[in-house]
Design a protein around this ligand. Structure first.
Ligand code: HEM
Length: 404
């Protein structure tokens, strides 16, 4: 079987899910050659993804967590940046970085996050940005034409995380651009440059917060009693920024595409907002913005009958696990009331997403605000998908929004 999980066109054409469905149906793990690298195994079934992510002693994160990352980049951050570390070091970093994300800490952020998201929706759907296209904001009004990504879902997580970190408002667009370049730029050197700029930025912020702590996420991180050096704090602020910004926007955009394609689902959600919690989980399963996580084998192991050797790279395809018919009935249908929904969108095991609660809150706040402001979402052009095979989603989604 031809398999290609590297070529940008496969991702911009949104064809990778078909390939992964074929891989799921094959026995064992599938080998994927790499023209500029050693090649990697593909784990596509739910159980295999679960096994790989749940066993950090056998499947290490220290040599990098994505296809196409460089050894040099991984070496610079191994066991210093939480997501590129293994136990026991990982646990010690997570005690510090996870401090602002406990349920108790999040109660402090809750109102600020909801207010920020609601203001953004009001700004975009209200007559603020560009004004309504051809109508008044009442039942007879014409629609507002918006790029749901550029105008809304890209700004949403950037705004939330920058506000949580209490960064100056004037810096938010720069931070957004650097985060995207640091993660997604096709050239690894450009990625390193953008990340270097972010590190410099956080070095200044950390120095300022040490001198004058506030009630923000970075001050909370500094107050957590850990043994992280300043360099490690900088790396992990950057890790949180990336984790927060690049994922939620794709989940939110994917949700809007679903509701644009299926107006009946939007009408049903508006009529029954009690469906919100299961809808949010289904959005996470359906969009799975973190497509894969890479691990390096540390000792001989057999997964699904395939023997793996130390040094082998294994990629756990989360997006494929979330479409596995062995676990999800009718997996290619968006079901807002799906229960149970044991999706792996936030990963699994010790690295399970530290920001999951924030992400759920953002998506819930977004839909709550949209339900109030938008009667119907309609497609207004061709959606554009990103080319990335690591974090993936819509980079543009023209929609017509009919104000409620
Ligand atoms: C829809 C939204 C999100 C998705 C789909 C998502 C997905 C993931 C996944 C799959 C992992 C595991 C990576 C691995 O095992 O190698 C992860 C880890 C992580 N996420 Fe998220 N994430 C989301 C939102 C967020 C938010 C809002 C934040 C911060 C506020 C965040 C911060 C992080 C961090 C720092 C890690 C590393 C955790 C560790 O290594 O222990 N994420 N995320």
């Amino acid at each position: 079987m031809d398999i290609d999980l590297l070529t940008p066109d496969v991702f911009s054409g949104h064809r990778f899910l078909d390939q992964l469905a074929a891989v799921r149906a094959r026995p064992g793990l599938t080998w994927h050659p790499e023209p500029d690298g050693p090649g990697f195994w593909v784990a596509a079934r739910y159980d295999d993804v679960h096994t790989v992510l749940g066993d950090p002693a056998t499947f290490s994160s220290r040599a990098g967590i994505r296809i196409g990352g460089t050894d040099e980049a991984a070496r610079l951050v191994a066991d210093r940046m939480m997501v590129v570390s293994d136990p026991p070091r990982h646990g010690r970093i997570r005690r510090v970085v996870g401090a602002p994300f406990t349920p108790a800490s999040l109660r402090l952020w809750h109102d600020r996050i909801v207010a920020g998201v609601t203001d953004l929706v009001d700004e975009v759907v209200g007559s603020g940005v560009g004004g309504p296209v051809g109508g008044r904001p009442d039942d007879t009004a014409g629609p507002l034409v918006r790029d749901a990504v550029g105008d809304l879902t890209q700004r949403l997580p950037n705004q939330v995380i920058c506000a949580m970190m209490d960064l100056p408002r004037a810096d938010w667009p720069l931070i957004g651009r650097l985060t995207t370049d640091g993660l997604d730029s096709p050239d690894p050197i450009d990625r390193l440059d953008a990340n270097a700029e972010i590190f410099g930025y956080f070095a200044d912020v950390i120095a300022r917060r040490r001198a004058r702590p506030g009630d923000d996420l970075i001050s909370a991180l500094l107050a957590a009693d850990g043994d992280l050096t300043d360099g490690e704090l900088i790396l992990n602020c950057s890790g949180v920024l990336t984790g927060a910004s690049e994922t939620v926007r794709y989940a939110a955009a994917g949700a809007l595409l679903v509701f644009a394609d299926r107006p009946d689902l939007w009408t049903a959600l508006r009529a029954s907002p009690e469906l919100l919690p299961t809808t949010v989980e289904e959005i996470l399963r359906w969009t799975s913005p973190g497509l894969h996580a890479l691990r390096t084998v540390t000792r001989p192991v057999t997964v699904a009958g395939t023997d793996l050797l130390p040094g082998d790279h294994v990629t756990a395809w989360i997006c494929s696990a979330n479409r596995d018919p062995a676990v999800f009935a009718d997996p290619d249908t968006f079901r807002p009331d799906r229960t149970p929904n044991r999706h792996l969108a936030f990963g699994w095991g010790p690295h399970v997403c530290v920001g999951a609660r924030v992400a759920r809150l953002e998506l819930t706040a977004l839909l709550t605000a949209l339900i109030r402001r938008v009667r119907t979402v309609e497609p207004a052009g061709t959606p554009v998908w990103s080319t990335g095979n690591f974090i993936h989603g819509l980079t543009s989604l023209p929609v017509r929004l009919f104000p409620a």
